[in-house]
Design a protein around this ligand. Structure first.
Ligand code: SF4
Length: 294
């Protein structure tokens, strides 16, 4: 393996179980849970190879009983952690435990309470996310909060309603990420009902940005920016990358990290889109002053 340090951001999927049923779900299914000892040893190896930023996710990561131990270990290895949770189970006790270990908290919200349910979120999800934002702010001033919204036909005409809610000074995340849906996995199956073209996505995202850009840091993510921007490691250790092949988004296997991590990283480097992977890494560096929140 080359001596190049590994600096790209990995998405570590600890489990596939989830309490939501999002129509656009991009996560792998029915792969169970990664044993916590394996997750810990993998994180140690990644840190030794140079990794300093890691997304820890699921499924729903709050359904992984040893999530705190895994996040604590990444933190102890000097890795900055972004914890991805839908927010539905991110209760105050969890906020208090996880916040000192996090660089970013990424929550999902796809519309106001009714649109959010239409997308496949549970009825309690909407209020849980807003509460989690407020409580995280109360517990820690150092955790940066991102709200991610996957833009599909189901919510494209309702982004203004969500923007108005997020712009309220009680919430106002450090970053609001508008993501054009990437048609892979369940999203591919539901693509005819959900997919938006790049132009339509851009027009909708720019419309909310022009109206709320002074209050919200709005980060637009066209689907093309997802091509080979990050490597996903699934609970069984299989690693994948999203590529564009014959004009279609496809998921390509990189091998299994528990069998041969170095071979996986070598393969990743061949597929990596340097521009997208660098942008993916750099988005962590967003520094937001208190001005924009209050
Ligand atoms: S998109 Fe996320 S929250 Fe929704 S079903 Fe998939 S893993 Fe769960």
């Amino acid at each position: 393996m080359s001596a190049e340090r590994f600096r790209d951001v990995v998405n570590l999927y600890l489990l596939t179980e989830c309490d939501m049923g999002c129509a656009f779900c991009y996560a792998s299914k029915n792969l169970g849970k990664m044993a916590s000892e394996r997750a810990i040893s993998l994180i140690t190896s990644l840190a030794r190879l140079g990794a300093d930023r890691l997304n820890i996710t699921g499924g729903e990561v709050m359904m992984y009983s040893e999530a705190l131990r895994v996040v604590q270990h990444a933190h102890d290895c000097g890795i900055q952690v972004c914890l991805f949770t839908s927010g539905s189970l991110y209760t105050l006790d969890k906020i208090k435990s996880f916040s000192p270990l996090l660089s970013w908290l990424a929550l999902s919200l796809d519309g106001d309470s009714s649109v959010n349910v239409k997308v496949g979120r549970s009825p309690r999800h909407f209020d849980s996310v807003l509460r989690a934002i407020q409580q995280t702010r109360e517990v820690s001033s150092s955790v940066r909060i991102r709200v991610a919204t996957v833009v599909t036909r189901l919510n494209v005409h309702h982004l203004d309603d969500l923007a108005r809610i997020l712009a309220d000074a009680r919430y106002r995340p450090d970053s609001w990420r508008l993501k054009q849906m990437v048609p892979t996995r369940r999203a591919q199956v539901n693509s005819s009902e959900l997919s938006l073209g790049a132009e339509e996505f851009q027009k909708a995202a720019l419309a909310v940005k022009s109206k709320y850009g002074d209050l919200l840091h709005i980060d637009m993510k066209p689907a093309a920016e997802k091509i080979a921007d990050t490597m996903c490691i699934h609970p069984d250790g299989d690693a994948t990358v999203t590529v564009m092949d014959d004009g279609e988004f496809k998921i390509h296997s990189l091998g299994n990290v528990f069998a041969d991590l170095c071979a996986v990283l070598e393969k990743w480097r061949k597929f990596r889109d340097l521009y997208n992977a660098t942008a993916y890494r750099e988005q962590w560096d967003l520094i937001v002053g208190t001005e924009s929140r209050r």
